[in-house]
Design a protein around this ligand. Sequence first.
Ligand code: GLU
Length: 508
Amino acid sequence: MNKKVRVRFAPSPTGGLHLGGVRTVLYNYLFAKQNGGDFIVRIEDTDQTRFVPGAEEYIFNCLAWCGLQPDESPLHGGEYGPYRQSERKPLYRKYAEQLVNEGFAYYAFDTPAELEEMRNSLKTAENPSPQYDATTRMGMKNSLSMPAEEVTAKLANGDNHVVRIKMPSNEKISFTDLIHGEVEFDSSVVDDKVLLKADGMPTYHLAVVVDDYLMKITHAFRGEEWLSSAPVHVLLWKYLFGIEQMPQWAHLPLILGPSGKLSKRDGAKYGFPVFAMNWTDPKTNELVEGFKERGFLPEAFINMLAFLGWNDGSGQELFSIEELVSKFSIGRVHKAGAKFDFEKAKWYNHEWIKKLPASHIAENIKELFAAKNIAVTSDEYFIKVLDLVKDRCTLLTDFYEQSVYFFQSPQQLDTAAVLPKWNAEKSAFFESYCELLHNISSWELSFIENEFKQLAAAKNIKPGELQLPMRIMLVGGKFGPAVFEIASMIGKEETISRIKKALTIFNQ
Ligand code: GLU
């Protein structure tokens, strides 16, 4: 019987989630849902020096915003907890000791100063940063180089020590990656990584293998930056649990910015977000902008991310999460880095704004309006407005400018668009038009428009020459849907009042 698919996203709580992190979540999620499996979030917080308060909460808020909810996590619970590695601390030592007992790892007692000295004294032009490995370990203080009694005494005495993996020399370590295919490493190039630290905390290398085993993970998708650590993990799987138990790995391609790997700096330099949501570093108070606050819809953000490294080959670009779940395939993820293009990201957002019903985005826009002190009194009116303008909005934040004039008269008029061609005849036209509107029998679009056209014909002015001034009067600028539509929406009193107010400005 096939094992139930179980995948995990295993972030270290060191800061906000950038595009690459959310894409890892997404690919894990899609794969899990497609296979009726479980998506687990495990917090890898064993490196206490890199722990950043608020980062874990931020991660879960992001996942909630994206709609990528875990089945198991420290927040959602589950049978395989705890899901924070720091809370699992006591269970790792036995695995480290098993490795030592079986000759795959050893105790090392070197102080930081001794390690530093080794690096300095062995440094050569060919080997500028000597490692703790098969070539150096016998010159260091560890259970391989020291007499057994001394090691026992040191351990009994509680001397500070770590456990290191004993990397074999000249062994080929290989595995099949779901994206990269067969990958092979020479064990000699990998150092004797620390597995258990002096404080009893495991390092990432030990914890990731032990937890993937204990949490019954079947597939592990992670960033390509972890590929070079894979040989250590492969060996640990082999030594501890048997290689056939190892999850299938997929190392996801890098996301590239304008110059190499996409970075926070690129975002700042080119003015685009690289984080999912706003993140303020508690140490520096530096704020990194997020896609959410920039005005992205989660649907668009997810769709765009899915395409950073994958496509289904059909040419279709707009995919809902449900479609992604059915169409995604890890085998179609590219090996090469995926280039992030902010213009394309905006294109996705624009398409999704057009595609979704106005009611779906109404809450977002209401918040935006509330922040600008614009009260929405009728939901029906509000939704109608959003429907009228949404095709013109690329970012959710565009809705403010594109629709504020439906709620208040324009604060400023683009007089430069009108005055060069303004004259007494036009002014007289609008005076008369206001009177006609005042007495109009029905405030319906066709009536408002007919009166306008008939009056223009009677006064022998081309309606086209009058529509722009009318638009500026009602909207303030040269944009928006059909001008009579706007008049019909804002009502008779408001239309007449805006025309009259504008006339005093144009006639100054
Ligand atoms: N804790 C690692 C990180 O922060 C996770 C790597 C993995 O998924 O194995 O990226």
